[in-house]
Design a protein around this ligand. Structure first.
Ligand code: PMP
Length: 441
């Protein structure tokens, strides 16, 4: 495009949209122009109740004054500074805040720009950690079927989603996958399912196959969100922790969705009382407002790198925007908002009410399972034979028309509203959804 010829601002063609059926979308676009509190505003002036906190990230809702102000103030004061060989106060403040919020053994924060980058960073730290300790044969990684760990090469390699992997070649070598924990015995469970802790023992089989001395880390989402809300069976995460500890394997919790109050605790690690060696987080870290992620690590991991001469760089890794000042200020304002409004506690308090509302949809047409924890819910629909995803996508479109944003993955509807949701809005959400499920039947 010539510089003297202005682009047509309303042409939809140039933007290649992520994870979107582009050709279909551009025939009937859905355009969001504003957001506040629990609602989005569409280009045709309709209000849409945000049933998903954007993409599981706007935990305090939208356009929160404290966050807006923090961004403006920071941009006017220090807009950008490298984090390589220099620092700025907000980065250190945020690292301290995160370490305070996280389980006791988390002692350091490494800043990145997204959940995907947090995952790549954690996997690289895991391999480099073993090497730093003279255990360089530990390079294998273990993920899980139906795990979502972002879209970069490490993340899709340990991830277990066929569609996200199949176009992209050989991926990382030396990766195994645990079975997922979503088993039919657990249908209609409220909260943590009873069955399936034994599925963690599959880790022993993988360890026996390759030898523990070859395995660097095991990464799981404590509660898998993106593939349809798979809640860990009772005892499962404890068992994974035991096996990892026994064999010197680092356990990484990918808390990109579960971090920052979604289950009623700062992190799922605290909710389930299982402590990993590293936590990846993003999304709610900045209330979704500015891209940012972090890897939290134990002191033991960090300290393994701090042994060489002091003038040398310890870890050859980092991003231009690591600890970006505006992102740090946004994160601090988000954490302040969560704390001042008691949003994590609020989530825990609302969870039983949410659970009742969600499970009241059990009798709706084509519903074959419902599950929930904290302010997360999933409604699984019976797929139309030969046309997977079609039924749930029809629900998404119908809900959008009726003024409600839901998220679908396969034939599963996933719900994760901002933690500021009111009881009346929970009623509205499930009332609308009931209408949607009947309308598409
Ligand atoms: N890990 C998990 C568990 C996630 O849910 C996501 C995003 N849904 C990611 C990683 C990737 O995060 P991002 O899209 O910010 O790269």
């Amino acid at each position: 495009m010539a510089l003297d010829r202005p682009a047509a601002p309303n042409d939809l063609n140039a933007f290649w949209m992520p994870f979107t059926a582009n050709r279909q979308f551009k025939k009937a676009p859905r355009m969001i122009v504003a957001a506040e509190g629990m609602h989005y505003t569409t280009s045709d002036g309709r209000q849409i109740l945000d049933g998903t906190a954007g993409l599981w990230c706007c935990n305090a809702g939208h356009k929160r004054p404290r966050i807006v102000e923090a961004i403006q103030t920071q941009a006017a004061e220090l807009d950008y500074a490298p984090a390589f060989q220099m620092g700025h106060p907000r980065a250190f403040e945020l690292a301290n805040r995160l370490v305070d919020l996280a389980p006791d053994t988390m002692a350091h924060a490494f800043f990145v720009n997204s959940g995907s980058e947090a995952v790549e960073t954690a996997l690289k730290i895991a391999i480099a950690y073993h090497r730093a300790r003279g255990d360089g044969a530990r390079t294998r990684l273990i993920g899980r079927e139906r795990g979502y760990h972002g879209v970069n090469f490490g993340g899709i390699s340990v991830g277990g989603i066929v569609n996200n992997r199949k176009m992209f070649g050989t991926l990382l070598a030396g990766v195994d996958h645990l079975p997922h924990t979503h088993i039919p015995e657990n249908r209609w469970t409220r909260g943590q399912p009873e069955h399936g802790a034994h599925l963690a023992d599959e880790l022993e089989r993988i360890v026996a196959l390759h030898g523990p001395e070859t395995i660097a880390a095991c990464i799981v989402e404590p509660l898998a969100g993106s593939t349809g809300v798979l809640i860990p069976p009772k005892g499962y995460l404890q068992r994974l922790r035991e096996i990892c500890t026994k064999h010197g394997i680092l356990l990484i919790f990918d808390e990109v969705i579960t971090g920052f109050g979604r289950l009623g605790s700062p992190f799922a690690a605290q909710h389930f009382d299982v402590t990993p060696d590293m936590i990846t987080c993003a999304k709610g870290l900045t209330n979704g407002v500015i891209p940012m992620g972090a890897v939290l690590t134990s002191a033991a991991i960090h300290d393994a790198f701090m042994t060489g001469p002091e003038h040398l760089i310890e870890l050859f890794h980092g991003y231009t925007y690591s600890a970006n000042p505006i992102a740090c200020a946004t994160a601090i304002a988000s954490l302040d908002t969560y704390r001042e409004e008691g949003l994590f506690e609020r989530c825990a308090e609302l969870a039983p009410y949410w659970e009742e509302g969600l499970h009241s949809l059990r009798d709706c047409p084509h519903v074959i399972d419902i599950r929930n924890m904290g302010l997360i819910g999933a409604i699984e629909l019976e797929p139309i034979p030969g046309e997977p995803t079609k039924r749930a996508f029809a629900a998404f479109l119908e809900a959008y028309d009726k003024g409600l944003l839901i998220r679908t993955t396969g034939d599963i509807i996933a719900l994760s509203p901002p933690l500021i949701i009111e009881k009346a809005q929970i009623d509205e959400l499930f009332g609308t959804l009931r209408g949607v499920l009947h309308a598409i039947a």
